[in-house]
Design a protein around this ligand. Structure first.
Ligand code: ADP
Ligand code: ASP
Ligand code: MG
Length: 426
């Protein structure tokens, strides 16, 4: 069912589209991957400025530069110094912000680059995944007053002790939305290599359809289940501070996708999108004694070790005296989780442990699930029809996720996309 409650234009006008004058625009890594791309972005920014809009620009590092910087730091050996790690991996954004600023000046548009610490974007001291605490706006306001375009390096901030911090992978989205909130602008545009938010990753499902709107809650579930197109904390910030966020292309002028509150969603579908994530690994503990208290004994030490457990399946013997537990942890934490469990083997009280990193989580997301039954059943039947075994299931009010063998990820995403009739029929 596809009920068009409101047209895009109507919603955009309602959101102040016709009067927009102050915008934050963020350009992601693929949009500034090389000099030609940066010149393209400079042209786009120049056009927007010439239309009379006031802009603050946020950029990510060029292409895969952050990956390369991470590889470089790791090549030194196990880098245990989180401060130096952040100082190194934040360097990509320093380069792209300066080059875009130079490209703008070359084009006759006055612009100035800003590092996180120059803004300043003040964060806590949690290196690698810092949270923004406060943003000083004076420097940016002064810059705009002078008629210049601030070009802010995304992904970075400064800790209370003056060290450079980074905001977590994909964190330039967080920089952009946080700046939009601090500067109280009319809208935050996240420009990327696709034309908006789709019913599935368009690089995996060519028939995926671009959505005109998606609700904050659906976008948060999508972001947390592998969709990548927006960082989850940027969506949280947008929801909390009521920031109008639009995801749109860096290369064309399509209107993109607006993230809106639920009552403003244009396409009301039971399932809005399918996503997949390869970020998890599975651990199974066999022969847990005293089945009744097994879960508490397993998950307490993992929580204390700050390991995020996602999906959980527990099998209890009929007598209740023995159990096995299967659960997922972030793939990067697998070894640490195994070590933690090994060190506490007697305390946890298990016989043996198995693990598997060759798994994927596939999710169906939609606010319509709240009022429609049978969504899970449809998922299970569709996957069964392709012989895809489900290893674990988890649900929230608006999401169903299944754990499957990684090799079947793309098949599962395409199968579900078709089963829920999300294919573009144009
Ligand atoms: P950027 O470098 O611009 O921040 P990202 O790579 O972080 O871009 O995010 C954009 C990518 O997100 C797209 O290229 C696409 O492959 C992926 N993606 C995954 N799911 C979706 C979805 N539902 N809609 C749009 N893009 C998606
Ligand atoms: N360059 C950083 C990363 O690759 C931040 C970002 O792209 O948003 O994670
Ligand atoms: Mg990104």
């Amino acid at each position: 069912m596809n009920r068009h409650a409101k047209g895009y234009k109507e919603i955009e006008n309602q959101l102040g589209g016709a009067l927009l004058s102050r915008l934050v625009k963020k350009f992601g890594g693929t949009s500034v991957a090389d000099i030609d791309s940066i010149i393209n972005i400079a042209d786009r920014v120049a056009n927007t400025v010439s239309e009379g809009h006031k802009l603050v620009v946020v950029v990510s590092a060029m292409g895969s530069m952050t990956d390369e910087l991470i590889r470089l730091v790791r090549n030194v050996g196990k880098c245990s110094d989180a401060r130096e790690y952040d100082a190194a991996i934040s360097a990509g954004e320093q380069i792209s912000s300066a080059i875009l600023s130079a490209a703008l000046r070359n084009r006759g548009v006055p612009a100035r680059s800003f590092l996180g610490l120059q803004v300043p974007i003040k964060t806590d001291g949690q290196h690698g995944n810092a949270r923004i605490i406060r943003i000083g706006t004076k420097q940016l306001h002064d810059c705009m007053e002078r008629g210049e375009v601030p070009v802010v390096a995304g992904f970075q901030g400064v800790s209370p002790d003056g060290s450079i911090t980074t905001l977590g992978r994909g964190g330039s989205d967080v920089t952009a939305v946080a700046l939009a909130a601090a500067l109280n602008v009319d809208r935050c545009d996240i420009h990327t290599d696709v034309s908006g938010v789709y019913t599935a990753d368009p690089h995996v499902v060519p028939q995926a359809r671009q959505l005109e709107t998606i609700s904050f809650d659906e976008m948060m579930e999508l972001a947390s289940s592998g969709a990548r197109v927006l960082h989850i904390r940027s969506v949280e910030l947008a929801k909390n501070f009521k920031i109008k966020v639009r995801v749109a292309s860096s290369f064309n002028n399509n209107p993109g996708t607006l993230i809106v509150s639920e009552n403003e969603v244009v396409e009301k579908q039971t399932v809005s999108a399918i996503s997949s994530s390869h970020d998890e690994a599975k651990i199974t503990l066999f022969g847990l004694v005293d089945g009744a208290s097994a879960a508490a004994r397993v998950f307490e030490p993992l929580a204390e070790a700050n390991i995020n457990v996602d999906m959980i399946v527990q099998n209890l013997s009929v007598e209740g005296n023995e159990a096995s537990v299967t659960f997922t942890v972030p793939r990067g934490d697998l070894n640490y989780a195994l070590e933690t469990l090994e060190n506490l083997k007697t305390q946890v009280g298990y016989e043996s442990v198995a693990h598997d990193a060759g798994i994927a989580k596939v999710s169906a997301i939609g606010v319509g699930m709240r009022s429609h039954a049978g969504v899970a059943q449809q998922m299970f039947s569709a996957l069964a029809s392709k012989g895809i075994a489900i290893e674990a299931i988890s649900t929230s009010e608006i999401k169903i996720s299944v754990l499957i063998p990684e090799a079947y990820t793309e098949l599962a995403v395409r199968t579900l996309h078709e089963a829920y009739e999300l294919h573009n029929r144009k």
